[in-house]
Design a protein around this ligand. Structure first.
Ligand SMILES: [Zn+2]
Length: 207
């Protein structure tokens, strides 16, 4: 796996029953992903496809984004170019930042009452170390799952994730048409967020 620690990225996430291969085929068919970075698809790391730049809107004045992997790149090298990594989690509703909630500067909101979660620093520390997600909203008292928290585009949960690595915070936003294409492929709605953390590999559906 390419070294992407601390690199900014745009992440799409959903909960879907589809197989990973169905997602990969769908992303290939619409031209979002192109060739694999290293010839083998074991790591599910892809160069951007022909329609990639139509799927996202880059903000600001023509940012320079490198899409070609450097010639000397090694499979565990530092990835200084924009590429796409597809990840499948072991369980549905896996929080991308599980066990590293303290990395998040954003305090989530309760989706039921829209209030920020009071005492979040203490809650995050407890949730980082517990095996069971147990959290009641301090404001409305509702029991909350990972999916009930609004991270305001700082994190998200699901069983399928698409990392667009080396996209800076809010630098690119997906078009509505692309979000609809994703929904068509997986029969499920997608969310997106921006982060510079890797998901913990032990949460993934492979080693
Ligand atoms: Zn609430």
């Amino acid at each position: 796996m390419l070294n992407t620690e601390s690199q900014y990225r745009l992440v799409f996430c959903t909960n879907s029953d589809i197989q990973l291969t169905t997602l990969l085929n769908g992303l290939n068919n619409i031209g979002f992903i192109g060739k694999t970075v290293f010839g083998s698809n074991a790591e599910q790391e892809y160069c951007v496809g022909d329609s990639f730049l139509q799927s996202l809107t880059f903000m600001g004045c023509s940012p320079y984004v490198e899409f070609e992997p450097p010639a000397q790149l090694k499979p565990d090298g530092v990835a200084d170019f924009c590429f796409i990594r597809i990840l499948a989690a072991k369980q549905s509703s896996t929080l991308y930042h599980a066990e590293q909630l303290d990395n998040l500067k954003t305090i989530p909101r309760c989706k039921h009452c829209r209030k920020v979660i009071g005492g979040w620093a203490e809650q995050a520390t407890a949730l980082n170390t517990s095996n069971h997600w147990q959290l009641n909203c301090p404001s409305c008292g509702d029991g909350l799952t990972q999916d009930d928290l609004d991270w305001r585009k700082a994190s998200g949960s699901g069983n399928l994730f698409i990392d667009i690595v080396n996209v800076y915070l809010q630098e690119a936003v997906p078009t509505d048409a692309f979000l609809q294409q994703l929904e068509m492929i997986s029969s499920s709605p997608w969310q997106y967020f921006y982060t510079k953390s890797n998901i913990k590999t032990k949460l993934l559906d492979r080693q």
